[in-house]
Design a protein around this ligand. Structure first.
Ligand SMILES: [Mg+2]
Length: 132
């Protein structure tokens, strides 16, 4: 059986751009398109024969948007599944649903801490000035 590798969606396969007020407070955030480095990484994982799934804590009501973006990024057809946990910790949701990844990619340290497999912390877009 192919080894499972999982990717978070927001700020992992996508980027968010931050803008700042002069006094250093956050002014706004906007969708910044795909994170091309991680899209390449996902494609390589699939090409190497791994089973690849997206696991997001988004609510199911965002499913259409998630699927449309993954399709626009050119990776939807490579995925064995796209799962919306609706705010539940991804590691917990996966173990409850019989998914046992060898590696998980995520921007959220609290999510990553809950995995027992290898994890990769994806950095936020440079506009966040190193904030995690
Ligand atoms: Mg995320």
């Amino acid at each position: 059986m192919a080894a499972l590798i999982t990717f978070d969606f927001d700020d992992t396969l996508t980027q968010t751009i931050a803008t700042w007020e002069e006094d250093g407070t956050l002014e706004d955030t906007e969708f910044g398109g795909p994170n091309l480095v991680l899209i390449q990484c996902l494609k390589a994982c699939a090409a190497n024969g791994n089973e690849v799934r997206v696991v997001t804590s988004r609510h199911k009501r965002w499913e259409k948007d998630t699927l449309e973006k993954l399709n626009a990024f050119g990776v939807l057809h490579l995925l064995a599944g796209v799962h919306h946990t609706g705010g539940e910790w991804k590691a917990d949701w996966m173990s409850q649903n019989g998914l046992d990844p060898i590696k998980h990619f995520d921007d959220d340290k609290e999510e990553l801490e809950r995995f027992s497999c290898e994890t990769v912390k994806v950095p936020m877009h440079e506009s966040w000035r190193g904030m995690d």
